[in-house]
Design a binder for this molecule. Structure first.
Ligand SMILES: Nc1nc2c(ncn2[C@@H]2O[C@H](COP(=O)(O)OP(=O)(O)OP(=O)(O)O)[C@@H](O)[C@H]2O)c(=O)[nH]1
Ligand SMILES: [Zn+2]
Length: 318
């Protein structure tokens, strides 16, 4: 925000009653940082419940003193969120991709990965899985093998070594991400900061400035931040914590199979139209689950995750 033209916008103060376009690039509590089409940034407050915005939202705002009020949130094309028994947490809106970054080390949780992929499918957001630290040969091979079912699914897996081959990784990431808005998620230690700093030099410093602006000088971290990768502002990365405890309470148990592509591929071959794929005779899913020594199109682990999630989501409904 120290960049010329990017200070909280004094120039944005205009006569009242005029609505301006803006993009929400960070939020903290109820207020957010809004960027104007000219690249100026200012703090805005929601007018009421209906104008509560999240990062990635396009908004219409009105100037007030040196700040603004959000008068309207433009209808979203999608909203990536998680939901547990207690609360709903929105990560970001209007996304093209969710990039899930995991690494050879520390070992990742397949359960957590499966949950994030399901949440992305539910909002029709294209997921990308990247596996970092390919320089750690042995753990990488183990993780790569564990990802076999995901490599076979439509999204594939992108191998990275962000520290060892930054330049090559920059090129392969940009090939996928150019012109798109991508939310980056990942467990702690996978290399999320390394990735963001590779694509957005100075991102860490920028985050500090943004959270200071939003918290009136206090040093607390903002939960979600939008970064432009290019000067022309066509490619963006959104950094958000919260890969852990990925609640899927917003998804109905009977929706689940359709959101897991390897299971969905066989879910229409069942004898009963309302098959839960848990125990029914003539189930096309069960018939395609692999067993030790007999790999099937659906991995035994993926099928187990399906069953566990089905039980969890059935329980949370009552
Ligand atoms: N061997 C190896 N280490 C890497 C690679 N990329 C990142 N690291 C290291 O992994 C550690 C974690 O990287 P960060 O970028 O801080 O990870 P993060 O996901 O942001 O982690 P949190 O800050 O805990 O959320 C650091 O010590 C990095 O130097 C890589 O390609 N290979
Ligand atoms: Zn079935």
């Amino acid at each position: 925000m120290a960049k010329p033209g990017r200070t909280p916008a004094k120039g944005a103060v205009a006569s009242a009653r005029i609505l301006h376009d803006g993009l929400v690039i960070a939020s903290h509590g109820r207020h957010c940082l809004v960027e104007t089409p000219a690249g100026e940034r200012l703090i805005c407050h929601p007018r009421g419940k209906k104008s509560q915005a999240v990062v990635g939202d396009r908004v219409r705002w009105q100037a007030s003193e040196d700040e603004g009020t959000i008068e309207e949130v433009v209808p979203r094309r999608n909203l990536f969120y998680r939901q547990d028994e207690i609360r709903t947490k929105s990560f970001a809106a209007n996304l093209d991709h969710v990039l899930i970054l995991i690494a050879a080390e520390p070992e990742f949780s397949e359960h957590q990965l499966a949950r994030a992929l399901i949440a992305a499918e539910a909002e029709r957001i294209t997921p990308i899985i990247a596996l970092n630290k390919s320089d750690l040969a042995e753990p990488f091979e183990r993780a790569w093998n564990k990802l076999a079912p995901y490599r076979r699914m439509h999204h594939g897996v992108l191998p990275l070594s962000l520290k060892a081959s930054g330049e090559a990784d920059y090129a392969s990431l940009m090939k996928l991400l150019a012109g798109k808005s991508t939310l980056v998620l990942g467990p702690s230690g996978a290399g999320k900061s390394t990735l963001i700093n590779l694509l957005v030099p100075g991102a860490t410093a920028l985050t500090g400035e943004i959270s200071q602006a939003l918290n009136s000088g206090k040093h607390t971290t903002t939960s979600t931040t939008w970064y432009w990768v290019d000067e022309a502002r066509t490619t963006s990365l959104i950094d958000s914590p919260g890969f852990q405890e990925f609640g899927l309470n917003h998804i109905a148990p009977m929706q689940l199979a359709g959101l897991m592509p390897d299971i969905a591929a066989h879910a229409n071959d069942c004898k009963f139209y309302n098959c839960t794929h848990l125990h029914e005779p003539g189930c096309g899913v069960i018939a395609n689950v692999g067993a030790p020594g007999k790999p099937g199109p659906i991995s035994a682990t993926r099928y187990r995750i399906y069953g566990e999630l089905f039980a969890e989501l059935s329980q949370s409904r009552y």
